[in-house]
Design a protein around this ligand. Structure first.
Ligand SMILES: C[S@@+](CC[C@H](N)C(=O)[O-])C[C@H]1O[C@@H](n2cnc3c(N)ncnc32)[C@H](O)[C@@H]1O
Length: 391
């Protein structure tokens, strides 16, 4: 495929645009309901995306060879099937993709969605999507393909569903297989900026109290006597004696289990934990989620949070092994790089999504993080576009 025309639905900041343009495509239409995304898109590609796709008639969209869409996942009405409705997808954004495909009959369509789409509504959502695309006259694989950038050496774990469609008269989609036993190793170092390249680098540094808090947690995980660090969250409110007046049966099983395990950890390390808690409570940040720790970084060598990646989540400080980042997400839970004692920068997020360094992201970091969190990884989009075009 060369010199083809594509449209970019739910375009966001144009992950598909980057991929298709690099393969020789020309964008003839884009749409996104979000004004900030539209501004970023215009600044980078010179195209003003249209707004709400539900309000756009298919006839007003130019002819195109390829339709791209990373659409929000929504449940389809079960009543639709039961009551014999013509189209179960009505009222969902997938329906808008279908009506545009029905009108324009592009040669190809490449769709992306969250991993959950594969199992959503006990598989019904995938079945409806699959059957509807078939009915529209497209060949596609019978199972959703799940893929993550870390499968191709990009240090981000981000499993997503990719759906490749080819018009019946053109060909079939070759089966896609990937040996997950052959995942190349990746390193976060490949996407990190040097400190002197980061404008206003101090804005990304964590506070002194935060450094002190992580030092405290490090002391905790390095001092407690355990065979291996607990896989359950360490919840400091429960590092104490059990209260005989508290009826644990009022809690669900998982919570009872978790309270008992924290109590056991306390009883085995009572002296250390009592003195540690006294010290920890002096840190003004030591409350709520920051007084909980989830260690998910394995048990090799001396545990050290500063050698890993961590996030501040409502469930606690979650520490992950430093070979790849957890998926960027639209809500703000930006990862902290232990060795750099700072948050990931927007440029590093761009790199994790395989956007080129020439990409101009939103000047408001919160918007930039959100937009990269929503985007499709460019190299993954390219890989599936190539697979689809090569029939
Ligand atoms: C998962 S993101 C897709 C991101 C895109 N693939 C990228 O690479 O940046 C879904 C996008 O759909 C947009 N959206 C949601 N409802 C919409 C609608 N009714 N019309 C147009 N866009 C919509 C959201 O604003 C969001 O940017």
């Amino acid at each position: 495929m060369q010199n083809f025309k594509f449209i970019d639905l739910f375009c966001g900041i144009g992950g598909f645009h980057q991929a298709m343009e690099s393969l020789g495509g020309e964008c003839v239409f884009a749409s996104d309901i979000d004004e900030d995304c539209r501004k970023t898109y215009k600044a980078n590609y010179g195209i003003e995306p249209a707004g709400d796709i539900t309000k756009i008639e298919a006839k007003d969209i130019p002819e195109h060879d390829v339709l791209c869409a990373g659409f929000p996942c929504q449940a389809f009405s079960k009543a639709g099937k039961r009551l014999g409705f013509e189209d179960e997808t009505k009222g969902t954004l997938f329906f808008d993709i279908c009506r545009i495909m029905e009108f324009h009959k592009p040669k190809y369509a490449l769709l992306e969605n969250v991993r959950n789409l594969a199992s959503h509504d006990h598989g019904n959502t995938w079945k409806v999507i699959h059957d509807r695309l078939k009915k529209l006259g497209y060949n596609l694989l019978s199972e959703p393909v799940i893929f993550s950038p870390h499968y191709i050496g990009i240090p981000q774990h981000r499993e997503r569903v990719f759906i490749m469609c080819i018009r019946n008269d053109i060909g079939n989609i070759k089966p896609f297989s990937f040996d997950t036993k052959k995942i190349p190793s990746s390193s976060i170092e490949t996407i990190l900026q040097n400190e002197d390249e980061i404008p206003n680098v101090q804005e990304y540094h964590i506070s002194k109290d935060m450094v002190n808090l992580i030092d405290l947690w490090n002391k905790f995980i390095q001092s407690i006597k355990v065979d291996k660090l607990p896989g359950f969250p360490i919840w400091t409110d429960r590092l104490c004696e059990l209260d005989p007046n508290e009826d644990l049966s009022q809690y669900p099983d998982w919570k009872q289990n978790f309270i008992r395990k924290n109590n056991e950890l306390y009883l085995n390390n009572k002296r250390f934990i009592n003195s540690w808690l006294k010290q920890a409570q002096k840190n003004p940040l030591f409350f709520g989620a920051k007084a909980k720790l989830e260690w998910q970084a394995g048990n090799n060598g001396t545990p050290d949070i500063w050698n890993q990646i961590f996030q501040l989540r409502p469930s606690g400080i979650r520490v992950k092994v430093n070979s790849y980042f957890p998926a960027l997400v639209a809500i703000v839970q930006t990862s902290i790089i232990g060795s750099r004692r700072r948050f990931l920068t927007p440029r590093e997020c761009a790199r994790l999504q395989s956007f080129p360094d020439t990409f101009q992201y939103d000047v408001k970091p919160a918007q930039a993080y959100k937009q990269f969190g929503n985007a499709v990884n460019v190299d993954c989009a390219k890989l599936f576009a190539n697979h689809m075009f090569n029939k």
